[in-house]
Write a protein that binds this ligand. Structure first.
Ligand code: CA
Length: 227
């Protein structure tokens, strides 16, 4: 599945046009028509990029961008009208990554989107960040967040989670997990993997609607990033 993009644009025709073009390129697209509704989506869901109109009712696009920056570092491309006074400096000031002026050629918008998605992928690799949906594990900072909330894990829980994330989508047999995380010379309870999976679930999955860790009966566990 393609990257998930949120369009915040009050002009329904333009929003629809962008949505269709982006869906044609295999992106997953959500549309909101006001700033507050868009912000709510950003807080609740895990998007890869936001296209944000600057002239919005209720809440100006600049304000929306500042608010997004408080909760997320995802790429934001501002969509400005030709007569809106907006430039790179102001964009940087509010935390936007880029801007494009209406009317624009769809090819240009698509090119910008690709640049920012690629940059984000690369950044994530460099930053040593592992992610599945709204769960973010920062290996440098030893930090785990889900939906922006910090989650405290013990060292073993953290190692186990990082291992599951590195093997996202791959079913890991219990024994393999045991060997990797506890070592080949581990002597102790054989159900230690199940116990720690339970700890992990209670912290990173149970409080949230969408579960990431799944049991594969008779085999082991898999962390899935279904969207
Ligand atoms: Ca507008």
């Amino acid at each position: 599945m393609g990257a998930k993009i949120l369009i915040i644009e009050d002009e329904k025709k333009i929003a629809r046009f962008m949505q269709l073009e982006l869906e044609y390129e295999d992106y997953q697209v959500a549309v909101e028509y006001t700033g507050p509704a868009g912000l709510k989506r950003v807080a609740e869901e895990d998007f890869d990029l936001v296209l944000l109109d600057i002239m919005l009712p209720e809440m100006d696009g600049r304000e929306v961008c500042r608010e997004i920056r408080k909760i997320s570092d995802l790429p934001v491309i501002m969509v400005t009208a030709r007569d809106a006074v907006f430039d790179k400096v102001e964009g940087l000031d509010i935390g936007a990554d880029d801007y494009i002026t209406k009317p624009f050629a769809i090819e240009e918008l698509l090119a910008r989107i690709r640049v920012h998605l690629r940059r984000r992928d690369k950044q994530e690799r460099e930053d040593n960040i592992l992610q599945a949906q709204n769960l973010i594990v920062d290996l440098n900072k030893y930090q785990v967040k889900r939906k922006g909330e910090l989650i405290e894990l013990t060292k073993k829980e953290f190692d186990l989670l990082a291992y599951l994330l590195r093997n996202k989508g791959i079913v890991l047999p219990r024994e393999e997990i045991l060997n990797k995380i506890w070592g080949y010379d581990y002597i102790g309870e054989t159900n230690v993997v199940d116990v720690y999976i339970r700890y992990l679930r209670s912290k990173i999955d149970e409080p949230f609607a969408q579960k990431l860790i799944h049991t594969v009966r008779g085999v082991g566990y898999v962390l899935r990033d279904d969207r």
